[in-house]
Design a protein around this ligand. Structure first.
Ligand SMILES: *[C@@H]1O[C@H](CO)[C@@H](O)[C@H](O)[C@H]1NC(C)=O
Ligand SMILES: *[C@@H]1O[C@H](CO)[C@@H](O)[C@H](O)[C@H]1NC(C)=O
Length: 288
C-alpha cells in the first residue's frame, strides 16, 4: 500500500493492523459464503494540494463483485462496475477530483485536495446476482494546514508588582481549521473562567485563521514557586480534528502537533529578600 497523505502515527498503524487481523479472523470464522467484510482506509488528514489515496478493502467470499461505489457525505462521486463499459466513472462533487486512470475496484485517488474535500468517505461494495449482497464502511478525512509559527505572547510588561494585574494575549500561528489555545500557569492549565478572554479569530489569505486568547489575573505570592512563575500558551489543532475520534489517537496527535510559547517570570525576592508585598518582578521571554 502506498504511503497515505497526512500522517497516521506509527502506533496507529500497528493498532490498525492488529485490529484488522483480529477483525478478519473473526469475520472469516463467522461468515460463510457471502460478502464477508468491507473496510475503508482513508488518510486521517491531508494538506491542501496533496493527493489522497482512499482504499476500499473487502472480501466477497465465494461471490462475484458487481460494483464498488464511493460517497462523500452521502453524495456518490465514483463508481466501479465490474462488467460496465467503461468500468469506472466519476461524478461531480465539490472538493473531489478523482484521478480515473489511477482508481480501480480497490481504491480511488483524489488529486489536489482542498478544505472542501474534508468529510466522511463511504465505500459500498455489492455482489452479483443472485445474492446482490452489499456492505459498506466509512471514515473521515480532514484537510488541514498546521501552523508554521509558534504562538506569540504579547502585552508583556517589563515589571509587575504583587497585587497587580497581568494582562496578556496569545496569538496562534495561521492554520486551518482555527487552532485551539490553552494557557498554563506553572504547568497548570487555566480553566475556563473569567481569567480567559476570548476574541474572534483573525482571518488571513487562503482561508487560514489565527486564534487570539487573552489571560488576565492578579499576581499573588502563590504564583511564585521557588521564586519564579512559568506562563505558557499552547496551540493545537487536534481537538478539532479528532472531535469524534478515539482517545488513543487524540493523545498521539496532541503530542506531535502542538506549538507553544513560554514566559518565565522571576521574582527578585529570590536574590534579595524583601517583604513580598513590595517585590518587583523581572520578566524574561524564553524561546522553546
Ligand atoms: C458459497 O458458500 C456457501 C457457504 O459455504 C455455500 O452454501 C454456497 O453454495 C456457495 N455458493 C457458491 C456459488 O459457491
Ligand atoms: C489583546 O488583544 C485585543 C484584541 O486585539 C486588544 O484589544 C487588547 O488590548 C490586547 N491586550 C493586550 C494585553 O495586549
Amino acid at each position: 500500500m502506498r504511503v497515505l497523505c497526512g500522517t497516521q502515527g506509527k502506533q496507529q498503524h500497528v493498532l490498525y493492523y492488529l485490529g484488522l487481523v483480529v477483525f478478519l479472523l473473526i469475520a472469516e470464522v463467522i461468515a460463510s459464503g457471502g460478502l464477508k467484510w468491507v473496510r475503508v482506509v482513508v488518510p486521517r488528514y491531508c494538506v491542501p494540494g496533496e493527493t489522497a489515496y482512499l482504499y476500499c478493502e473487502y472480501n466477497l467470499g465465494n461471490h462475484t463483485l458487481y460494483a464498488v461505489k464511493w460517497y462523500k457525505d452521502h453524495e456518490e462521486f465514483y463508481r466501479f462496475v465490474e462488467k460496465g463499459n467503461p468500468r469506472s466513472r466519476s461524478y461531480t462533487v465539490e472538493g473531489v477530483t478523482v484521478d480515473l486512470k489511477d482508481s480501480n475496484a480497490k481504491r480511488v485517488v483524489l488529486r489536489s485536495v482542498s478544505y472542501q474535500t474534508s468529510g466522511v468517505f463511504r465505500c459500498e461494495v455489492s455482489a452479483e446476482a443472485p445474492s446482490f449482497m452489499s456492505a459498506q464502511s466509512e471514515a473521515r478525512l480532514e484537510v488541514v494546514s498546521f501552523p508554521e509559527e509558534d504562538p506569540q505572547i504579547s502585552g508583556v510588561e517589563m515589571q509587575y508588582q504583587i497585587g497587580e494585574e497581568i494582562n496578556l494575549n496569545c496569538t496562534s500561528g495561521k492554520s486551518y481549521p482555527a487552532s485551539v489555545l490553552h494557557w498554563y500557569i506553572n504547568e497548570q492549565q487555566v480553566p475556563k473562567s473569567k481569567a480567559l478572554i476570548r476574541y474572534s479569530v483573525i482571518e488571513h489569505e487562503h482561508g487560514l485563521v489565527s486564534t487570539l486568547l487573552g489571560l488576565r489575573f492578579k499576581l499573588t505570592e502563590r504564583h511564585f514557586l521557588g521564586g519564579s512563575m512559568r506562563v505558557k500558551c499552547i496551540a493545537s489543532l487536534a481537538p478539532f480534528i479528532l472531535d469524534d475520534e478515539r482517545e488513543s489517537v487524540v493523545q498521539s496527535l496532541a503530542v506531535k502537533d502542538y506549538r507553544e510559547a513560554q514566559l518565565l517570570v522571576r521574582s527578585s525576592a529570590s536574590k534579595i529578600s524583601l517583604p513580598l508585598a513590595v517585590i518587583l518582578i523581572l520578566l524574561k521571554l524564553t524561546n522553546m
